[in-house]
Design a binder for this molecule. Structure first.
Ligand SMILES: *[C@@H]1O[C@H](CO)[C@@H](O)[C@H](O)[C@H]1NC(C)=O
Ligand SMILES: *[C@@H]1O[C@H](CO)[C@@H](O)[C@H](O)[C@H]1NC(C)=O
Ligand SMILES: *[C@@H]1O[C@H](CO)[C@@H](O)[C@H](O)[C@H]1NC(C)=O
Ligand SMILES: *[C@@H]1O[C@H](CO)[C@@H](O)[C@H](O)[C@H]1NC(C)=O
Ligand SMILES: *[C@@H]1O[C@H](CO)[C@@H](O)[C@H](O)[C@H]1NC(C)=O
Ligand SMILES: *[C@@H]1O[C@H](CO)[C@@H](O)[C@H](O)[C@H]1NC(C)=O
Ligand SMILES: *[C@@H]1O[C@H](CO)[C@@H](O)[C@H](O)[C@H]1NC(C)=O
Length: 456
């Protein structure tokens, strides 16, 4: 703790999709874009097949999954799709670390097309909720860098970490069994987190090779794509092919970075120790990294490189349109004026930075119409705030549709009788049994974003 290393993680990861195309319905006023941005070539043209819109994205921890979530949120908004969101009592995640249950889903967000907030995977429950043609997707990150990130980020929540003298990763790894307690509340951040998020047994001995193989096979059967953080753009190329999406649909601006100099360099023997301690995750990662590259090879390296190039060019254009060239400067949360853009802080030891929208952002740039302020805001809106925004808008839509389905019954001599509408005063109602009482956020009483879960 004496180390004055400021560990900076940026969580606003997001993107903007700036191009208008013929299909679909748009909530954002994108007319201006059309004038400003030359349409990108969609390559290869996916237009023959309709876009796939039923998606379950298992959001893993500290894996850049927030970038994917933000992309899916924006896709849903543009195409008028419903995103399943958690009940208030579950916070912005589906009562993680409880295994997912349909009871955790807010009734105003059903039936959904897309689900992406944090959860612990439970396939049979998801099948009860999601359309039959749902495509399952997730993302994994290289275990050593992921563990270093978890160790820093959840240092105060996870007792397996907090009881380590001087918060030293080296000390923990020298003898993990001394600090790790499998049944403690946040133990899943300290051991095989990916396996846990995917519904597996994080504490299964790594010598049980049969378990690992069966687990990997099960995941392979269910998930159509396992993205890899280290090869994010390449993963997006595969995602786009899988879903028949346009190039515009996978645009993002990755803002997620640590300040230079605060990056933790792992000394040479640590990665091996981390992999040994998280052996299940390491096997999972190696397996799916290999599958990813087999699929990229099948697509052809030139073709992949070309599509990655188009994606990056489109991203640069998006940033130019919103911020006039470069991204706004990184700020500490307390300095960010717009509360909607203030990232949540896990502890005083971890400094999470974000972006403020510059005052002139989204004004017309070179004469023509630039992107709207709303689009630029969503580009840098952190996950918690975006979840709230979506819940609000979907609840409004739900109430409107409810009123249409149950119009007031009127007669000339009687007053109109209408069925009791859903609760008007908040987004939350109690139409289905509430989720179990969970208190997952010990250190956050009364704070606006009371959870340790954050984008990675
Ligand atoms: C969005 O979907 C709702 C029904 O879920 C429909 O009433 C509304 O007209 C749609 N809006 C657009 C712009 O397509
Ligand atoms: C997943 O959900 C099913 C019910 O759909 C339940 O029987 C099962 O116990 C759940 N799995 C876990 C690990 O909780
Ligand atoms: C593992 O699988 C092999 C072959 O499938 C089998 O012979 C062996 O008994 C299994 N081991 C355990 C511990 O289940
Ligand atoms: C980490 O390693 C890189 C390259 O090896 C070096 O440039 C950087 O300064 C190192 N960072 C720290 C904080 O030691
Ligand atoms: C992922 O797989 C590729 C191809 O096998 C390999 O070159 C690369 O080193 C792997 N990446 C990691 C981080 O293990
Ligand atoms: C906003 O103002 C800054 C400095 O005044 C300028 O560099 C930037 O290009 C402007 N952005 C836009 C979108 O006009
Ligand atoms: C909403 O209404 C319920 C009952 O009418 C009340 O208990 C609750 O405090 C209200 N919530 C808000 C946010 O006003």
């Amino acid at each position: 703790m004496s180390r004055k290393k400021v560990f900076v993680v940026l969580l606003a990861v997001s993107s903007v999709s700036l191009l208008l195309h013929q299909r679909g319905h748009f909530i954002w006023p994108l007319k201006a874009f059309h004038q400003y941005y030359t349409p990108l070539p969609s390559y290869p043209s996916p237009t023959l097949k309709p876009k796939h819109t039923s998606i379950a994205f298992l959001k893993t921890h500290k894996t850049a999954s927030s970038t994917v979530q933000n992309l899916l949120f924006r896709f849903a908004e543009r195409h008028n799709l419903t995103v399943a969101l958690p009940y208030q009592a579950c916070d912005h995640q589906f009562c993680y670390p409880h295994p997912f249950s349909t009871r955790f889903v807010h009734p105003h967000t059903m039936p959904p097309h897309i689900i992406t907030n944090h959860m612990r995977f439970n396939l049979s429950e998801l099948r009860r909720l999601m359309p039959k043609d749902t495509v399952y997707i997730t993302i994994l990150r290289e275990p050593a860098s992921m563990f270093e990130s978890l160790f820093s980020y959840y240092n105060q929540y996870c007792q397996s970490f907090s009881r380590v003298p001087k918060g030293s990763l080296e000390t923990f790894l020298a003898n993990p069994g001394r600090y790790y307690r499998r049944d403690e509340k946040y133990s899943m951040y300290a051991h095989n987190t990916l396996t846990f998020d995917l519904g597996g047994d994080k504490d299964r001995p790594s010598s049980d090779l049969n378990y690992t193989s069966r687990f990997i096979e099960a995941i392979e059967r269910v998930f159509s794509l396992v993205m890899i953080s280290e090869y994010f753009d390449e993963s997006l190329v595969l995602l786009r092919h899988l879903l028949s999406w346009d190039l515009e649909d996978v645009l993002y601006v990755k803002l997620n970075m640590r300040a230079s100099g605060s990056r933790r360099n792992l000394s040479s023997e640590l990665p091996a120790k981390i992999r040994a301690w998280n052996a299940l995750d390491a096997r999972l990662y190696d397996h799916f990294n290999a599958s990813l590259w087999r699929r990229l090879d099948a697509l052809g390296p030139e073709s992949v490189a070309r599509e990655v190039g188009l994606l990056q060019a489109a991203r640069d254009r998006a940033v130019r349109g919103c911020f006039g060239g470069t991204l706004p400067p990184v700020r500490h949360a307390t300095q960010i004026k717009n509360k909607e853009l203030r990232p949540w802080q896990p502890s005083s030891k971890v400094d999470i930075v974000g972006y403020d929208l510059p005052p002139n952002a989204s004004r017309p740039v070179v004469g023509a119409g630039g992107p709207s302020q709303d689009v630029c805001l969503k580009l840098i809106t952190p996950e918690v705030q975006y979840t709230h925004l979506l819940l609000r808008s979907q609840s409004q839509r739900f109430r409107k549709n409810y009123a249409l389905r149950f119009p007031p019954v009127c007669s000339p001599r009687l007053r109109c009788l209408s069925p009791p509408p859903p609760s008007q005063n908040s987004s939350y109602t109690t139409h289905s049994p509430p989720p179990p009482a969970v208190t997952l956020s010990p250190a956050s009483k009364g704070k606006p974003h009371p959870s340790p879960k954050q984008p990675s």
